[in-house]
Design a protein around this ligand. Structure first.
Ligand SMILES: Nc1ncnc2c1ncn2[C@@H]1O[C@H](COP(=O)(O)OP(=O)(O)OP(=O)(O)O)[C@@H](O)[C@H]1O
Ligand SMILES: [Mg+2]
Length: 372
């Protein structure tokens, strides 16, 4: 070896060593966090309430499921580590915990993905969001369901231990339903295939993923799966069944795996999502509350932005009602708020900074004026 090669090589080794140490440190910290996890369902809901508006029943069910999942995992890990040599990877494989994956049903933009992501942040675990529409396209050949694991591994910064304790959110799961009546077969074939793939994934104690030449084994035993879908017209179907069977009451209380199977979902897959929760369509009042109460509110963000230019943005109550009503008409749930608000403020956000300081009041007439 030439003299001048040694420097960079040693440096490289030092960096690698440091990175490895950091990785182990991060891992220990994250594992410790799960072991110490002691938030109650009520604790989680209090935090969720700061962000997710409405969906009282949904938030209750979600926070209970998430709190129990991580508490149980934490306790199991603690016990195993106390009795054995402390190898976390082995501990994850050996610990047995019953798992209750969650299925969220509800209209678009009502907070299904949002509340799941909020929950993952509260626990501090890796979170991936996977859209099933990309797997259901006609002519689907490429993407493999196990790619989801790759995404999870990335979200965990390449750390397999962290990946194995994360949350996978499976969005638009109803898009991989097989058509039970229609003649179309393309979507059926891929839909069923994707559902079978998901079943393996959700169940999978050992899943092999290939990265270049390296083969990594990932267990999803402790991964919490949350599936979300609009399941349009499911309500009608359940109500029909209820009237056939002479059942009365809130359809949500009577929702069964059978109804989802009737929608075109595989029974075995639905069996793996025993916690079912139906989210409500957001009302005008909810939408208004989202604007002023959710800590992630677009309105609050705009207000902070303008404040930095010395402009105090103020919305009258009737202006907020008007925006909420317009947003509701868009039929995209809370997503409509962002587009409506943006249309109302666009001109002013361009015009005011640098040209005006002080209070900037927006009332109903102003909103109507801007939106036409
Ligand atoms: N209940 C709610 N409280 C506060 N904000 C909400 C609520 N629901 C939705 N939002 C806002 O709207 C955005 C879109 O919601 P989200 O992604 O959760 O929709 P979704 O229910 O998953 O719909 P889709 O079926 O279209 O995927 C969120 O990022 C959030 O900002
Ligand atoms: Mg979503």
């Amino acid at each position: 070896m030439k003299m001048d090669d040694r420097g960079p090589k040693e440096r490289q080794e030092r960096i690698e060593e440091k990175l490895a140490r950091m990785k182990t440190g991060q891992e220990q910290e994250a594992v410790q966090q799960i072991i110490d996890f002691n938030k109650t369902p009520a604790d989680l809901k209090v935090v969720m309430d700061r962000f997710v508006i409405g969906q009282e029943q949904g938030k209750k069910i979600m926070s209970t499921a998430v709190a129990f999942h991580y508490r149980r995992l934490g306790q199991a890990l603690k016990q195993w580590l106390a009795q054995n040599d402390g190898n976390i990877d082995v501990a994850l494989r050996q610990t047995m915990t019953p798992k209750a994956n969650i299925m969220i049903i509800g209209p678009t933009g009502c907070g299904k993905t949002y509340s799941s992501e909020t929950a993952s942040k509260m626990v501090g675990v890796s979170f991936v969001h996977e859209d099933m529409t990309k797997f259901s396209e006609v002519g689907y050949v490429g993407q493999n369901v196990t790619d989801i694991l790759l995404d999870l591994l990335m979200a965990a910064g390449g750390n397999t231990t962290l990946a194995q304790m994360g949350i996978v959110y499976i969005d638009e799961i109803d898009k991989i339903a097989t058509e039970t009546t229609a003649a179309s077969t393309c979507r059926d074939v891929s839909g069923r295939g994707v559902q079978k793939g998901l079943l393996h994934l959700v169940d999978g104690t050992e899943n092999a993923i290939q990265i270049g030449k390296e083969r990594i084994s990932l267990s999803t035993k402790h991964v919490l799966f949350i599936a979300g879908g609009a399941f349009e017209n499911l309500e009608v179907k359940v109500k029909k069944r209820m009237s056939r069977q002479g059942l009365k009451g809130d359809w949500r209380q009577f929702l069964m795996a059978d109804d989802l199977v009737g929608f075109g979902m595989e029974r075995q897959l639905m069996g793996r999502f025993p916690v079912r929760v139906v989210y409500d369509k957001l009302t005008t009042n909810d939408l208004k509350d989202i604007l002023v109460k959710s800590e992630d509110s677009a309105l609050l963000a705009y207000r902070d932005d303008l404040k930095a230019w010395g402009i105090d943005l103020e919305f009258s109550d009737d202006a907020l009602t008007e925006i909420a009503e317009r947003a509701e008409k868009e039929g995209t749930g809370a997503r409509g708020l962002i587009s409506v608000l943006h249309r109302v403020l666009l001109e002013d956000m361009f015009r005011l900074p640098g040209a005006y300081t002080g209070t900037f009041a927006v009332d109903r007439n102003y909103v109507r004026d801007r939106l036409g």
